[in-house]
Design a protein around this ligand. Sequence first.
Ligand code: NAP
Length: 528
Amino acid sequence: MEKDGLELPLSSIFDGIYRMKDDIPNFKMLIGGKWRGAQGGSQFDVRTPIDGSVIARAQMAYSMDVDSAVTAAQENRGIRDLPGIERIDIFNCAAGLLEQHKDEFARVLQMEAGKSTRDAAGEVAATVHRLKLTMEEAKRIFGEYVPGDWSHDSVGKMALVIREPIGVVVVISPFNYPLYIASAKIIPALLAGNSVVVKPSSSNPISALLLVRVLEAAGVPEGSLNIVTGKGEEIGDALVKHERVGMINFTGSTPVGKKISQLAGMKKLHLELGGKGYALVLEDADLDLAAQKCVIGSFKFSGQRCDAVSAILAVETIADDLCDKIVREVDRWKFGDPRDESVMAGPMINPAAAERIHGMVTDAVEKGARLLRGGKFHGSYYEPTVLDDVPLSSMIAHEETFGPVVTILRPKDEDEALKIARQSKYGLESCVFSRDFYRIWRVAKRLECGEVTVNDYPAHGVGYFPFGGIKDSGMGREGIGYSIDEMTNLKTIVFNLEAGGLGKREQAAATYKTGVLRKAETEPDKGE
Ligand code: NAP
């Protein structure tokens, strides 16, 4: 079958995790240490956004497969029994394997997600980097010694507060960073001693399957890491409600995140959800810088980023100048087939995503926005688009865009810009462009979101800074050390030291109470 150079590069390390059928790799799932098919025997197609052709098939798991995976994870806590130093060895080995296979991973990301060559390579590099930094942070899972003598209630006691793994962590990841986001959850979960069941996006599960293979090859103990593929709508409930699951670590859309939080009961939740990133460009901003950064923030990976610049709030006095500069920047961007190395951004994940964006653009234009560039699509490819003078009544002024659209609103001043941003139901990230420190501080403090970037577009990079949302953008924080904290529970162990004749004693406190100063304060004045 002619596949127009869209074959997946799969070297021998990946033997055994797929079977070729009609020239297409059919991937299996890792459950309890064995790569196997779904119990129902069915599969689904994985299509590349590049031209819509089928590049792979994955197992269509149902609830019985979920049950097998969760049970395997719960019964195989081998990762927890390994000394930390051995866990580090495993992840060092995994980092080496990822680096050795980085070109394959990048190519798979390009095929399954439609990433530009640069974005695909960047995602692999960030994954390796994050893995290494997380290993460093894992060495600092210590805990605390808390002396009891600061309260009468606990005099004579002390406590050790330790961090313990939660148990089984379910990782559910989205399509937009299929390797990086999955790894940013799996790696800290395992390093902290949890066992894991991963459910990648069914749009592009391949890089997550390959990552799991790399971790298995590096020595993660059998059963501690499992992966099931299948449709979220079908198996989501089974994963989220399973009584042996201790935590759900989910990244994806707000509606799915809300559904998960309703079903999860008392399980620990970490939810990284949708966002509406506003860029506030104030009168004293460096407009060249703001235009350049806002366009990158809007167009990187065709806008399919939770932290994309989703609307620019350009205060009236500078809006004309900024808009001219933005259009000049936009014209430098080359969109198209991501296999062309000069292309900076490729297609949407599928034609339905392009249609959804078109609905928002059309709505804005019908309500009075000026369409300065783009506004059309062909299959999954949405043209780089610029909308100016977008009215507040339009959907795109408030809803997550997730497409390559520069959306410009023209508030009167800083206060009006802040009012628009603060009214958002989302609270993930925003950015502000200004040269005035006090103004920046005022705006940053008043914005209602998890992160504010100053004079740049929001981006996570390798996750060195903590990241996460408030309001409809979720709960919990991701980041090199923060993810480990999220995926461990605090346990307090209190020791009564009195029995050993140790620790401070109430008697000592009594002596203090009768000390000279206190005596003078409390004894009646005899008038001598
Ligand atoms: P999505 O449709 O919510 O899917 C995310 C994951 O959830 C997929 O694995 C999906 O499986 C699964 N899923 C779907 N229905 C489910 C259910 N009922 N129960 C449990 N799991 C279910 O999101 P997406 O389109 O892949 O990703 C884009 C969204 O993710 C955007 O809203 C973006 O802002 C958000 N995101 C947020 C962050 C952040 O850090 N805050 C980062 C990246 C992306 P299927 O693929 O099989 O449906």
